[in-house]
Design a protein around this ligand. Structure first.
Ligand code: FEO
Length: 400
């Protein structure tokens, strides 16, 4: 790695010294089709400072990138903005190797780090609003609790007008490009939205508060440097606006119809229901759990106004793939949805009630009873499905 890996200059005093994980495809249940990066940053202050580290297997890559600029053992300060192990896995070994003068984290970060690792040195707590002196410049620290862990914090280098935002404003995207203006906007939009939907959505109320707080600080941001994906230097306003929109969870004229099927009966119901939605002017995403991943569904639900879910009854239960996606969505807490359940059955037919329980737990408005059809839907049953789509559309159109 040494003599091959390079640091990338981000601003006058900051270098990217992270790692690119081209091959990761599963990030605690979220499918990362384009891989990811673990971004760490080196601040060339009088007290050279490392902001975050990387996942454990990438330690040598990070140290090699630091080594292209300076001897890593001359780093004086390490700041851990977020305890999750994609940013701290390398931290214990890095501390041992560098032996910095000081290591900082938020107060909850200090506790969380002690619950992950065993350090033979003090980790210093930096309180919300305090600054860490780096000699010729300061690093301001702001707690961002539950974005997306209790320990999370932002740090801000006023000298370069640069915000280190840890997971916020990040995305799972492995590229050779390090900046937003080097990547196709459509890819940035898709990956940032997918990241928000799969990681940050449950904390949308905190996102709105944070955006208010940061907006009220009167601080200029020329660069936003997250812990995953590209550094924002061109369209900072765009990603902040997107966060405001996603966090508000305002529904659009869009429906997600997600289903599992055994002998295509529930699929026929899903298609008929979708036609009812389309004929009322609703954009539909029809998603078979045989064809998509749960995190694809989360992405589509992010700006949807309708969530319709279908499953046949299998051994008195819903299909396992529907339990998978609904358990996942329930945890992500999407809001402001209208919905319904549907499914075909042979004799006992419990699936629709079970689907409705999931939807009710997710606070999805259910304007009518779910639709159960025995065995194969005939034309009159399909018309019922079509009408259910129309009813859901009418309810949504009253709201948007
Ligand atoms: Fe990228 Fe919450 O860790």
């Amino acid at each position: 790695m040494k003599d091959v890996m390079r640091a990338v200059k981000v601003s006058d005093h900051v270098y990217w010294v992270g790692a690119v994980d081209w091959n990761i495809r599963d990030f605690h249940g979220y499918t990362t089709k384009r891989g990811s990066t673990y971004n760490a940053y080196l601040v060339l202050a009088e007290k050279p400072t490392l902001i975050d580290t990387v996942k454990s297997p990438f330690r040598e890559e990070m140290l090699a990138r630091v080594g292209s600029v300076m001897d890593p053992r001359d780093i004086s300060v390490i700041v851990s903005n977020h305890t999750e192990m994609d940013h701290t896995g390398a931290l214990p070994e890095v501390i041992r190797y560098i032996d910095p003068d000081r290591v900082y984290a938020s107060p909850t970060g200090v506790k969380a780090l002690s619950e992950h690792f065993s350090f033979d040195r003090e980790i210093i707590a930096v309180k919300d609003g305090e600054s860490i002196g780096l000699g010729n410049m300061d690093l301001a620290c702001w707690e961002t609790r539950m974005l997306h862990w209790p320990d999370s914090m932002f740090s801000y280098l006023a000298k370069d007008k640069l915000l280190f935002s840890q997971d916020a404003f990040g995305m799972h995207l492995a590229t050779s490009a390090r900046f937003d203006d080097e990547i196709e906007p459509a890819i940035l939009d898709y990956e940032a939205a997918t990241y928000y939907a799969n990681i940050l959505l449950p904390y949308s109320p905190q996102v709105l508060k944070l955006l208010d707080r940061v907006g009220g600080l009167g601080v200029e941001f020329r660069i936003v440097a997250p812990d995953h994906g590209p550094v924002w230097r061109k369209d900072i306003g765009g990603i902040i606006d997107s966060y405001g929109r996603w966090a508000a969870q305002e529904p659009t004229k869009k429906a997600v119809v997600v289903y599992a099927t055994m002998w295509h009966s529930t699929e026929s119901m899903a298609r008929a229901l979708s036609e009812g939605l389309i004929d009322k002017g609703i954009t539909v995403k029809l998603m078979s759990m045989e064809a998509v991943h749960r995190s694809d569904v989360a992405y589509e639900v992010l700006d949807a106004g309708i969530l319709a879910v279908g499953s046949p009854t299998l051994n008195n239960n819903i299909f396992p793939s529907m339990a998978d996606v609904l358990t996942y969505l329930k945890g992500l807490r999407p809001r402001n949805l209208v919905g319904a359940a549907f499914g075909s059955y042979g004799w006992s037919g419990e699936s629709v009630k079970q689907l409705e329980t999931y939807l009710a737990d997710m606070k999805v408005e259910l304007p009518c009873e779910g639709l159960r059809i025995k065995h194969v839907p005939d034309s009159s049953s399909l018309k019922q499905c079509y009408d259910l789509g129309g009813l859901l559309a009418d309810r949504l159109l009253e709201r948007v």
